[in-house]
Design a protein around this ligand. Structure first.
Ligand SMILES: NC(=O)c1ccc[n+]([C@@H]2O[C@H](COP(=O)([O-])OP(=O)(O)OC[C@H]3O[C@@H](n4cnc5c(N)ncnc54)[C@H](O)[C@@H]3O)[C@@H](O)[C@H]2O)c1
Length: 251
């Protein structure tokens, strides 16, 4: 029987592939036979993760999503690795936490540059190729902060809300070319990005009190949604931010 979630042989570029979420999703996609190009600003870490993946045909490269030429190079690397570009998973991002009154402007600018501008630059490099080849699927990791207003999250929440709206606009622009653009909005997950904050008891208690299902998310919680949005099963879903959050955006 034809498996609509089958991604065997698909060429998928993963940005932020050295991070907690990017590397976890990469491992699952590799286990299912996708041909991966792992890209991260930490090129050495991407290479090291690449070497640990199951399967063959994966490669790694350095990528700075804020540099359009670097995005173009990573897209080229994925094409030459797979004979096309079926999917992109962009899990590159940063979190800066500070009361708005004290927020260093550099933190705000960096958040917008990496989380929003970087998402546009990588998506449009991939989008050009996908339009030319007649389709593709682009997935970015947004956050519950696309919707909810955590105190001290001015930079992060503004960037993630912008990312969700960017996702909708790209989806509309590229729909006629069968290019789907979506985002996943996780609640807090233990990774190098969140660990320094979750180590603070007050911060942890606040976050946990807001999750109706009563636990943090895990990277495993994201795998089904990532698979859906990168396989033919999800080809007609576009412009969505799918929250994987134990109910965090409901309260
Ligand atoms: N961990 C969480 O609680 C959580 C929750 C919701 C959403 N997210 C989002 O998920 C994504 C991944 O987060 P994570 O928890 O895996 O964080 P992480 O810090 O473990 O990984 C982020 C990765 O992005 C890379 N990166 C940073 N700047 C880059 C750039 N300019 N170009 C290319 N790569 C760059 C880093 O080197 C790192 O490997 C982020 O967008 C984050 O906002 C995380």
């Amino acid at each position: 029987m034809n498996d609509i979630f089958d991604i065997e042989g698909r060429s998928i570029l993963i940005a932020g592939a050295a991070g907690g979420i990017g590397s976890g999703i990469a491992a699952e996609l590799a286990r299912r036979g996708a041909r991966l190009t792992l890209a991260d600003i930490d090129g050495a870490a991407a290479t090291s993760h690449c070497e640990s993946l199951p399967g063959t045909g994966h490669k790694a490269c350095r990528l700075d999503v804020t540099d359009e030429a670097s995005c173009a190079t990573a897209v080229e690397a994925a094409i030459s690795n797979g004979g096309g570009l079926d999917g992109v998973l962009n899990a590159a991002g940063i979190l800066r936490v500070s009361p708005a009154l004290d927020l260093p402007l550099d933190d705000f600018t960096a958040s917008m540059n990496i989380n929003v501008t970087g998402s546009l630059l990588l998506a449009r490099q991939a989008g050009r190729v996908m339009i030319e080849q007649g389709g593709g699927q682009i997935v970015t990791i947004a956050s519950v902060s696309s919707m909810v207003a955590n105190p001290n999250y001015a930079a992060y929440a503004a960037s993630k809300a912008a990312l969700s709206q960017l996702t909708r606009v790209l989806a509309v622009e590229w729909a006629e070319h069968q290019v789907a653009v979506n985002a996943i909005g996780p609640a807090v997950i233990p990774t190098p990005l969140s660990d320094p904050f979750m180590a603070k008891p007050e911060y942890r208690a606040f976050q946990m009190s807001r999750i109706p299902m009563g636990r943090m998310a895990t990277v495993e919680d994201l795998l089904g949604t990532a698979l859906l949005l990168l396989s033919s099963a999800g080809a007609f879903i576009t412009g969505q931010t799918i929250y994987v959050d134990g109910g965090r955006t409901l309260v």
